[in-house]
Design a protein around this ligand. Structure first.
Ligand code: ATP
Ligand code: MG
Length: 330
């Protein structure tokens, strides 16, 4: 925890993500598919039956994404820092953060989860009561407490939330460098982890901005409903602002269809619309609806621990494989 953290090299860092020290080598990554660069948004047809890319994306979004994808990955000694964000509530941000993190840990990676949501759902999902937590991310973000002091070891390591995190945005608002508080705090533990997974609240306020500023990747869980997808524009605008002002390196790792009810035509259509508009950015993995996802947090466990052999657990193992393949494909 006390090691000095090396600075990122300025320019020509190697492209490959550093493999973890101990773990099993991940299954061979599928050959990367050629990136399908989408044409510029076409003029609006008179009466479009479905949303078009232009409805969802700022004009230069895809260009930004692909340019960023060509940049060097995180350098030696730096974990992959993934923020799970969508300002829409109840789209499985917390469920995805925890279960994907545990899937990484199952593969031998060292994983830290950050509960940046004042609701404290991630903290609760690991059997910790946020009302009884004495030191939390509030102290880290507002009072510059070392993050190592608030990390609790469970299935994965977790930097816990407490109820007072709700006041952090206001308390931080007058602080210089308020958008970079989390990024700064994470430097202390950068050498200790291969992945840092940050759960964010359902808003695009200062806590989420801290997550996006600290992260190099963003995973966007999206509930497979037509209306849920409209909110992606707003998230994209916030991300563009972050890229321009605070963190040019952050990119969307992928959009994850969650809570998929494969029996309904509506859900299938919603996924098709996502794929039409976001192409390769949509993960191939699908998280289907399963009651186990609601049951597991009550037991203070991930689904992978609660029912390790279930198909629900395997959805996130598949996602972990896909994320690992993306990160090491180049
Ligand atoms: N695949 C799934 N199938 C069924 N239920 C699910 C699934 N994924 C998550 N849930 C349940 O849906 C609810 C919302 O999920 P979750 O808390 O992960 O969403 P969230 O985006 O983090 O919400 P918030 O915006 O409030 O933080 C929870 O009760 C969770 O157990
Ligand atoms: Mg949540």
């Amino acid at each position: 925890m006390e090691e000095a953290v090396p600075e990122r090299p300025a320019a020509e860092a190697p492209k490959a993500v550093e493999p973890p020290p101990a773990p099993e080598p991940t299954p061979p990554a599928p050959a990367p598919e050629p990136v399908a660069v989408k044409p510029a948004p076409e003029p609006e047809p008179e009466e479009p039956a479905r949303m078009k890319a232009a409805d969802l994306l700022a004009p230069n979004r895809l260009n930004v994404m692909h340019e960023e994808a060509a940049e060097p990955e995180a350098s030696v000694g730096h974990p992959e820092i993934i923020a799970f964000a969508n300002q829409k509530g109840g789209v499985a941000k917390t469920t995805t953060t925890l279960n994907l993190a545990v899937a990484f840990a199952e593969s031998g990676y060292r994983v830290l989860c950050i509960d940046l949501d004042p609701q404290g759902n991630l903290t609760m999902s690991q059997g910790i009561d946020p009302d009884k937590v004495e030191k939390s991310l509030y102290d880290v973000l507002v009072n510059d407490m070392p993050i190592s002091e608030i990390i609790v070891k469970r299935e994965i390591d977790i930097a816990v939330a407490s109820i007072d995190l709700a006041g952090a945005e206001i308390a931080m608002s007058t602080k210089i460098g308020r958008e970079r508080s989390l990024e700064k705090a994470l430097k202390e533990v950068a050498g200790d982890y291969d992945f840092v997974c940050i759960d964010t609240p359902p808003s695009l306020g200062l806590l989420t901005i801290n997550a996006l500023t600290a992260a190099n990747k963003v995973i966007v869980p999206v509930q497979c409903e037509y209306l849920s997808m409209r909110g992606l524009v707003q998230l994209q605008n916030t991300l563009k602002m972050i890229q321009e002002n605070l963190n040019p390196d952050v990119v969307i790792e992928g959009i994850l269809p969650t809570m998929l009810d494969t029996r309904t035509v509506h859900a299938k259509e919603a996924v098709e619309i996502l794929e039409e508009n976001f192409g390769d950015l949509v993960f191939r993995s699908r998280i289907k609806k399963a009651i186990k996802f609601a049951e597991a947090p009550v037991k203070g466990a991930s689904v992978l621990k609660y029912d390790s052999g279930s198909s629900a657990a395997n959805y996130y193992r598949e996602l972990a494989k896909e994320v690992l393949a993306n990160g090491t494909a180049e």
